[in-house]
Design a protein. Structure first.
Length: 84
């Protein structure tokens, strides 16, 4: 089951919800105020390996921003060209 991220268009709160399928995402309301929401693009965390299974030495270190959210501690990667 995928975890979807949403932002309320009324109060601006961001939150995550575990849904059974994509169709359920169409009926989601803000869990704080009950307002309309928009689905956010989630950032995927992956490990890229270089030759012989080791870490890729040419990759620049990725920057992570961590903050506290209502569901726990959330981490977001800062990707070039991606604005939230």
């Amino acid at each position: 089951m995928p975890i979807f991220e949403f932002k309320c268009l009324e109060c601006g709160q961001e939150f995550e919800i575990l849904l059974k399928n994509r169709e359920e995402a169409n009926s989601v309301k803000c869990k704080f105020c009950g307002g309309r929401v928009e689905r956010l693009m989630s950032v995927v965390n992956s490990i890229i390996k270089g030759e012989a299974g080791g870490p890729a030495s040419t990759d620049k270190p990725r920057l992570a921003e961590t903050h506290t959210c209502p569901t726990g501690t959330c981490s977001h990667l800062e990707l070039p060209g991606y604005k939230r």
